[in-house]
Ligand binder design. Structure first.
Ligand code: FES
Ligand code: FES
Length: 172
């Protein structure tokens, strides 16, 4: 996957290879929404400060509104749509249990930031949660419920890891 001589840029989204020929300076957010029909990343500020356009890349997040198409070459991103194709991710389950969402506009960014945080720190402290999700703005003020949901997601994920270990032991 790379930038091709004819200007087409190759990258991966939600496990699918994409090849897009467009102005290399076009923000990836527009490519996702208008060319590829992936609409969970939202437009908020267009300046990298609100988090509505967040994508997951490994255990980090990126703001797709400020990422030009040319810099997406060879990279692999996950959107909310592709986060857990078979069953809900522990973070999504915790979000539902905690009834976090209000209007929902910021929530894709919140959830992907939470997934990234838990990948880096499976049992985050309150400070780590505050720092990890600091970059996503919520006009509906869901911050307290977000924090509860991240703690709950950490519990759910820990139980799942223990169950997996026990299944592996009994199968070996
Ligand atoms: S729209 Fe990208 S950070 Fe606000
Ligand atoms: S739930 Fe409305 S902006 Fe966050």
């Amino acid at each position: 996957m790379s930038e091709r001589p004819n200007g087409a840029v190759e990258f991966e989204v939600d496990g699918r290879k994409q090849r897009v020929a467009d102005d290399p300076e076009t923000p990836l957010l527009w490519v996702l929404r208008d060319r590829l029909g992936i609409v969970s990343p939202k437009y908020g500020c267009g300046m990298g400060v609100c988090g509505a356009c967040t994508l997951l890349e490994g255990d980090r997040t990126v703001r797709s509104c400020t990422l030009p198409l040319r810099l997406a070459a060879g990279r692999s991103f996950t959107t909310l749509e592709g986060l857990a194709p078979k069953a809900l991710h522990p973070v999504q389950r915790a979000w539902l249990e905690t009834d976090v969402s209000q209007c929902g506009y910021c929530q894709g960014g919140m959830i992907l930031e939470a997934v990234a945080l838990l990948a880096r720190s499976p049992q985050p402290t309150d400070e780590e949660i505050d720092t990890g999700l600091y970059g996503v703005l919520c006009r509906c003020g869901t911050y307290a419920r977000v924090k509860r949901a991240v703690r709950r997601a950490a519990e759910i994920a820990a139980v799942e890891r223990a169950q997996e270990r026990s299944t592996e032991r009994s199968g070996s």
